[in-house]
Write a protein that binds this ligand. Structure first.
Ligand code: MG
Ligand code: MG
Length: 275
């Protein structure tokens, strides 16, 4: 059953998402080769608790940390470790927050130091595909329109879409119906209605689409061990247009100031203003 949200509930989900974005911005300020995932996790958790919110992932199905940190061939659900990041790493950081009974969920992939052209392009194509998916999240469209927009753009650029993990509804639970695959056919699936709040989160591989779960029982890695990228926004479908509830602008301000993170250059489409 899909829980459509009222305007008041959407504002609460926005509050939780803005804390997620603030935590990711705090991460972006400190990320560099030599720092560890455990340290980054601690920075995010401190930020979240300072906002009088709870980390949404810690303890969720037994996950041990506030952030999922997935490096290079790790796709998602990586557990923060004491291994220092290196120059050239792709570090995907996923963060969840719960406040006032509602979750926020958003992720950003960072390139440390100078990336190879093809790794930088992987990040850019993944980010661009997220916005192309979001652009389709309008009243009267269907879930398949979102997935098709993401999949066709990614595959036309020579990358592959992970099938085993998908986006989801978000609200009182971190994962709610409907499922939001990053692949699909136009005009198929659930029709999008006013008040639907979903996390759209393309997980895109440089090589083949196949993934497996690693020995820790959590970390999802690419079977061909080539790198992967992951970006995620929580969005609300509204009459006036799509309303992005998480906020990359504060993360990107920190990236601009941090010489250790590769700047991505993509054209971000302009969406209808909030209603
Ligand atoms: Mg997430
Ligand atoms: Mg999610």
């Amino acid at each position: 059953m899909i829980f459509y949200k009222t305007d008041e509930e959407i504002e609460l989900i926005r509050q939780s998402n803005l804390i997620v974005s603030g935590a990711l911005a705090a991460v972006a300020a400190e990320l560099r080769p030599g720092i560890t995932g455990l340290k980054i996790d601690q920075i995010a958790e401190t930020y979240i608790r300072d906002q009088k919110a709870e980390p949404g992932f810690k303890g969720y199905n037994g996950f041990p940390a506030s952030l999922c940190i997935s490096v290079n061939n790790q796709v998602v659900h990586g557990i923060p470790s004491n291994i220092p990041f290196k120059e050239g790493d792709i570090v995907s950081v996923d963060c969840g927050v719960q406040k006032n009974g509602f979750f926020g969920d958003s992720a950003y992939s960072f390139g440390l130091g100078i990336l190879s052209h093809e790794h930088k392009r992987l990040l850019e194509v993944t980010l661009e595909s997220l916005y192309l998916g979001i652009e389709k999240a309008t009243v009267g469209n269907r879930i398949g329109d979102i997935g098709y927009a993401i999949q066709s753009y990614v595959e036309n650029n020579g990358y592959s879409v992970v099938r085993d993990l998908i986006g989801h509804g978000v609200g009182r639970d971190l994962h709610e119906p409907p499922e939001v695959p990053n692949f699909g056919r136009p005009g198929k699936g659930t029709m999008l209605q006013e008040g639907l709040v979903i996390a759209i989160e393309p997980m895109i591989n440089l090589g083949k689409k196949e993934v497996r779960v690693g020995e820790d029982g959590w970390t999802v890695i690419t079977k061909d061990l080539l790198p992967s990228a992951h970006f995620e926004h929580s969005i609300a479908v509204r009459k006036g247009g799509v309303d992005i509830l998480s906020d990359y602008s504060i993360i990107e301000e920190e990236i601009k100031k941090n010489k250790n993170i590769e700047q991505l250059s993509i054209k971000i489409p302009i969406f209808a203003p909030r209603n």
